[in-house]
Ligand binder design. Structure first.
Ligand code: NAI
Ligand code: MG
Length: 490
């Protein structure tokens, strides 16, 4: 029966650990498995099928068949949308179980899985379900006696490779537009967090998605992931993760010239002016960085504070960070759980050490929390300089770098001094400053007096090395379509 929010990990049933190919659950062809770990306890949750080239090949063939000769792309678009609504409804009915499974595998606090991730999953699927029957081309007046029009057709088989920070939400961001457009899917979830994506595949099967439309192959990046990228039957790869991985994917996809969309990392500037509502700004800076254990691509990890407000602001911000409640992610009042795995934990701890060596001032945190699980104290470095590693590199953990500024022109130049360009935010009561910054910062998303406001309808993605293309909204849908021009002599 339903797992309550207070479920202990032992009560959570892991039902699916195999590859999901052509509507069937199957072991990896090699028979190999890998461990998925509970990051709060460092204990094994389950062994999962370790998919590789042969499994991806089976999945790609199934997806190709479902696309080329199956009902899916030919189905009335409204019926395709209906199936997507059914999937959203089904997820909503199992929201408590899915949230618990997400928390178990990823470590994020149950109140976030339950009240942030899962509702957004349902919302994004419904948003795109409504789009299924609203995808259309246009008529174009060309020279001569012709009738010219465009058709928006599905791109074909979509390969989708996602990270571990929002496992189910990233699944929904990828499946939503692909399914609405009429594509079929080969998905490779992150090796750290495969469980909820596999569960979603089963729910899709149960609500009636045809075999082969959704295929999920768990496994590692350089094997299963690379096989998706190289497979000649896959038309497109949508990837979220590290920019270095995207560089490998770009090279590996060159042979088959796949369409690529990338949503990569960031070192997003969050700017606080002295004229801002400092309480709201402190709250925004705090959540903008610490949400999801700091494991957000759009984390506001470079905090620029106007010098005249620095002291007052730091007091508020440090107070919030010091009071953040770390611990058992299944406890209702926990605000911060563990980092996702040992690698991420080690990477974050090494950046904390680097920050100290580089001469930044650690004003709170800086240590591991507890002895078991990958917990890191909420950490703030003050007096950070632009060229320090902690101001340049994506740390992807609860480590905030604070930089002071006085002059607006210089600040904008400094804010843009990064090869990333995912997000930015500004806190001010001055509309001129706000819009001027919004126009001049090189980032795909700008928040004014808010942070991390996401909506299925609002496009999201990066400038510069933070990505190609956009997800969500109409732009996210178009990335799963090809445009075809038809010209008819009259
Ligand atoms: P990653 O980019 O290696 O992994 C993301 C996904 O790509 C996983 O499913 C992985 O299996 C797959 N992958 C890895 N190598 C691949 C390859 N050669 N071909 C195809 N797929 C491949 O990211 P990782 O190692 O989990 O995290 C490293 C750093 O990346 C983090 O510390 C963080 O800075 C950044 N990152 C950014 C994310 C974002 O949302 N923008 C999400 C996750 C990580
Ligand atoms: Mg990696």
């Amino acid at each position: 029966m339903a797992t309550s929010l207070q479920a202990s990990p032992a009560e959570i049933q892991v039902q699916h650990t195999q590859c999901f190919i052509d509507g069937q659950w199957q072991e990896a062809a090699s028979g190999k498995t890998f461990a998925t770990i509970n990051p709060a306890t460092e204990e094994l949750i389950a062994e999962v099928a370790e998919g590789d080239t042969e499994d991806v090949d089976r999945a790609a063939r199934a997806a190709r068949r479902a696309f080329d000769s199956g009902d899916w792309p030919k189905m009335d678009a409204r019926d395709r949308g209906r199936l997507m609504y059914l999937l959203a409804d089904r997820i909503e009915r199992e929201i408590d179980e899915l949230a618990a499974l997400e928390t178990l595998d990823n470590g994020k606090p149950i109140r976030e899985s339950r009240h942030v991730d899962l509702p957004l999953v349902v919302d994004v699927l419904r948003y795109y379900a409504g789009y299924a029957d609203k995808i259309h081309g246009s008529t174009i007046p060309i020279r001569g006696n012709y009738f010219c029009y465009t058709r928006r057709e599905p791109v074909g088989v979509a390969g989708q490779i996602i990270p571990w920070n929002f496992p189910m939400l990233m699944t929904a961001w990828k499946w939503g537009p692909a399914l609405a457009a009429g594509c079929t899917i080969v998905m490779k979830p992150a090796e750290q967090t495969p469980l909820t994506c596999l569960r979603m595949a089963q729910l899709a099967k149960e609500v009636g998605f045809p075999d082969g439309v959704i295929n999920v192959v768990p496994g590692f990046g350089p094997t299963a992931g690379a096989a998706v990228v190289k497979h000649p039957m896959i038309d497109k790869v949508a990837f979220t993760g590290e920019h270095r991985t995207a560089q490998i994917i770009t090279r590996d996809s060159a042979e088959t010239l796949k369409r690529l969309t990338f949503e990569l990392g960031g070192k997003s500037p969050n700017v606080v002016y002295a004229d801002a509502d400092l309480d709201a700004a402190a709250q925004g800076a705090y959540l903008g960085l610490y949400l999801n254990q700091g494991q957000c691509c759009c984390a506001g990890s470079r905090l620029f504070v106007e010098a005249s407000a620095h002291e007052a602001f730091m007091e508020k911000l440090t107070g919030l960070a010091k009071n953040r409640k770390l611990g058992d992610p299944f406890a209702e009042d926990t605000e911060q759980g563990p980092q996702v795995d040992r690698n991420q934990f080690d990477k974050i701890m090494s950046y904390i050490e680097k920050g100290q060596q580089e001469g930044a001032r650690c004003v709170t945190g800086g240590q591991r929390h507890g002895e078991r699980g990958y917990f890191v104290q909420p950490t703030i470095f003050d007096a950070v300089e632009d060229d320090m590693a902690i101001a340049q590199d994506e740390i992807f953990g609860p480590v905030l770098s604070v930089l002071k500024f006085e002059d607006t022109e210089r600040m904008i130049e400094r804010a843009n001094r990064t090869f990333y360009g995912l997000a930015a935010a500004i806190w001010t009561r001055d509309v001129h400053k706000a819009h001027d910054f919004a126009a001049r910062v090189r980032a795909g998303t700008v928040w004014v007096n808010c942070y991390d406001v996401f909506d299925a309808a609002a496009p999201f993605g990066g400038f510069k090395m933070s990505g190609y293309g956009r997800e969500l909204g109409e732009e996210g849908l178009k990335a799963y379509t090809e445009s075809k021009t038809v010209t008819v002599a009259l």
